[in-house]
Design a protein around this ligand. Sequence first.
Ligand code: NGQ
Ligand code: ZN
Length: 445
Amino acid sequence: MASKLHLETALTPDGWRHDLVATIEHGIIARLEPADATNDAVRASGVVLPGLPNLHSHAFQRAMAGLTEHRGSGGEADSFWSWRELMYRFVARLSPDDLEAIAAFAYMEMLEAGFTWVAEFHYLHHQPDGRPYDNIAEMSERIVAAADTSGIGLTLLPVLYRHSGFLGKPTSDAQRRFLNDRDSYARLMETRVPGGNIGIAPHSLRAVTLNDLEWAARTFQGKPAHIHISEQTREVEDCLAAHRKRPVDLLFDTIPVDERWCLVHATHADQNEIARIAQAKAVVGLCPITEANLGDGLFDVPALLAAGGRFGIGSDSLVRISAADELRTLEYGQRLIRRQRNVLAVARRSTGRLLLDGALKGGAQAVDRPIGAIAVGQRADFVVLQDDGYRDDAVLDHWLFTADNAAIKTVYRGGIPVVQQGRHRDRDAIVARYRKSLVGINIAT
Ligand code: NGQ
Ligand code: ZN
């Protein structure tokens, strides 16, 4: 069934446009025409933007947000690695019902924050003792169900995880819920994702051997492919010790990296590695809030952009869910280290516009869906900001640098409103289920 939406102000690939009518069929924009006086379309009043792709999420981590912001008792500095110990302890408690409730809550928050599509980098596959559930794809199906409950679009990325370090280092008990072999992985890759798609996710060069990486890339060729890479200096050091190459170089020397690939973090890629990523047209999956929270370091975004490279954003650990905050943090990191302003903007274009355009394009590429632009053939996934009188790109800068999520009024998925007045349509039920899970998990201990 076709529906019509009158877009008062919209950001299109041709720039800002006023009074357009979108005809929507099966969730896709079938026509986009100037409104005439007699049109009977429902008005989307406000400033209409394409919904943002969230290219990296670990949904279960939403329930531990805020629980790791204290120092351990030992003398050592807290770090990514000590955070990971706490995360492993937390993950041991989660049941399939918990995962589904937490993921539905996180996806609801994503929609309220302007994300209309999520790539879920999913590695919590098995029971706490490491045995598979009767249905090996139980947990994957819970992610699919949660996406469906919330109404967000989903790219499911089942994770291939086999080792705890380079050269096939044996895993620890804490990692047993994540592990698979080639056969069980191939079964996870058959999970059905109605309305969405599936891609591969070798967890990292630490967690798979070069043989397995090569196998996965070849067997599932043509699908989106995501990997964590070079997030920590220790990973770079271990990689050099094991293979005499830096991680991004090792990846490129092992498999053909192309525009299907999303390199998550790539924080410590050097200039030469950044040039290789840009040339391959792969997307760098930046997760600025999590990278700040975990003390990862800063990726050299200006170098990537200067080389014509591509980036998208992800909310990763979900310590905070906000597209505006991700983009603002991305720019602020560069301002702080360079002692300059508007580092990622180009002459006479606003910083907000450059950040948004980049994240829409890179994110859509990383999930390989027709999203991220208001144009014929694209999904009618829209974020509507309230009209506060700002004009053109100043609307974006006001959203990203000032108003944050409070600027978001309505969010459409396939032309249907799932968020109105900033509130998800099923907020109460989703929150109730999430709270019940939190009590069961007993986050107080
Ligand atoms: C993850 N998170 O898989 O959740 C990882 C931590 C690891 C981030 N890298 C585990 N931010 O990389 O070993
Ligand atoms: Zn991650």
